[in-house]
Design a protein around this ligand. Structure first.
Ligand code: PLP
Length: 414
């Protein structure tokens, strides 16, 4: 590529950055010097507000308020309060989202409760290529309730549902964690409803970057991750959404005292709390919720529509840079708008390519079997970062830097 062409790309990157200046929250985040962080879809970057909220929760609230903090710092009601804030980002009304457990546990609660609402049905659909925990949990719920698990890719779900009368529940990811493909939440949900089935959505790779529109799409249940694009910190609690019309029939498969109508009455009977509170289980992870609540302030004053526009622009521009730079790896992420906020590429030595990129300060990740996965968390990445990452990738791949032996040693976490 000529210097002129690279200069032109640089100018285009700066122009796009100024077009999207209103969604630039780079200043709210702490990132190490010299790093282009393309793994915000696995562990979102730390924001100043998340760090400060966690520090305050430890030093002032825990340290000084002690047990009084349950009331004085509103620890007890944090799961619903933070749930409401996430609800705004995913198009859910107040009182339908709660945070507290992991995605895996939240998904178990949602699927178990949902399947029990369709006692005359025998089949649960999920995607064989889902993130494995989603398949495991769905299988476990089916085993426990005597249902059949049917592995049907999301692209075939509508056809499987049409005209059927055996499906209790369709459980799918909104964005495929590996390819980045965005599925049509409303279309699959509609097809489920048309046959009397329910739909549960995993928003791990769409919350905070895609206009999810849970209410608009008619979703019955949803779960999502707090530590990916939402940047809540390692192990941040996940969220669970139950549509308002199902709250009354939602039977939590883990009956705990936090989901009780009168937890401090300490009675041995179990009376479920009204509303989304019945989806709680035990004492919430207060420190994790505090960090997540701080992190969510990065979205203050932002409309997800604009964040989504920035995300599509970043990923689209990155693909454009790869094309212009002659990096001809197959792009498995859809080039049209049916994508989340990542770009996944195939390379036979994907693991080594990712390691070589990391050595250059471009942090992405590897996914079995041959995927280089690059996440573009829109709030703290710029088009200039996207161009710089593409140039590094060219040097690693076209310059065959990935062939060095040191990039082949596998670590535990990939
Ligand atoms: C990240 C992710 C999870 C993670 O589940 P944990 O319980 O937090 O380990 C689950 N499902 C999907 C689709 C994910 O992307």
């Amino acid at each position: 590529m000529s210097d002129d062409a690279l200069t032109a790309l640089g100018k285009r990157a700066r122009d796009l950055d100024s077009d999207h200046a209103s969604t630039d929250r780079r200043g709210a985040f702490v990132l190490p010097e010299g790093v282009i962080y393309l793994d915000g879809n696995s562990l979102g970057a730390m924001s100043v507000a998340a760090r400060d909220a966690a520090t305050d929760a430890v030093t002032r609230q825990w340290g000084q308020q002690l047990i009084r903090a349950w009331n004085d710092s509103a620890w007890w009601t944090a799961p619903e309060r933070v749930g409401d804030r996430i609800g705004e980002l995913v198009g859910a009304p107040s009182g339908t989202v709660v945070v507290g457990d992991s995605t895996t546990v939240s998904l178990f609660k949602a699927l178990h409760a949902a399947a029990r609402m369709r006692p005359d049905r025998t089949v649960v659909l999920t995607d064989p290529d889902s993130f494995p925990t989603d398949v495991h949990v769905t299988r476990g719920v089916c085993d426990q309730l005597g249902l059949s698990l049917e592995l049907v890719p999301p692209g075939d779900a509508v056809a499987r549902l049409e005209g059927s009368n055996d499906v209790a529940l369709a459980s799918y990811s909104h964005v495929d964690y590996r390819t980045g493909q965005l599925w049509d939440l409303a279309a699959i949900t509609d097809a489920a409803h048309a046959t009397g089935a329910l739909a549960c959505w995993d928003l791990c790779h769409s919350a905070g970057v895609v206009e999810v529109g849970l209410t608009a799409g008619g979703a019955d249940f949803a779960v999502g991750c707090g530590y990916k694009y939402l940047s809540g910190g390692p192990g941040a609690p996940a969220f669970l959404f139950v549509a308002p019309q199902h709250l009354r029939d939602f039977t939590n498969p883990i009956l705990g005292w936090n989901g009780h109508a009168t937890p401090f009455a300490m009675t041995p009977d179990h009376v479920p709390a009204d509303g989304i509170t019945r989806a709680r289980v035990g004492t919430p992870p207060v420190l994790g919720i505090a960090a997540l609540e701080g992190a969510l302030t990065a979205y203050d004053g932002l409309d997800v529509v604009d964040v989504r526009r920035r995300s599509l622009s970043l990923t689209g521009f990155f693909i454009e840079c790869l094309d212009a730079l002659g990096v001809d790896l197959p792009v498995v992420t859809p080039r049209d708008e049916a994508r989340g906020s990542q770009v996944s590429l195939r390379h036979p030595d994907a693991y080594a390519v990712v390691q070589a990129l990391i050595a250059r300060g471009v942090i992405g990740d590897f996914r079995e079997t041959d995927i280089v996965r690059l996440g573009f968390a829109p709030l703290y990445l710029s088009h200039e970062d996207a161009l710089a990452a593409a140039v590094h990738l060219r040097d690693v791949v076209v310059g065959r830097e990935f062939e060095q032996e040191r990039f082949r040693q596998r670590a535990t976490v990939t």
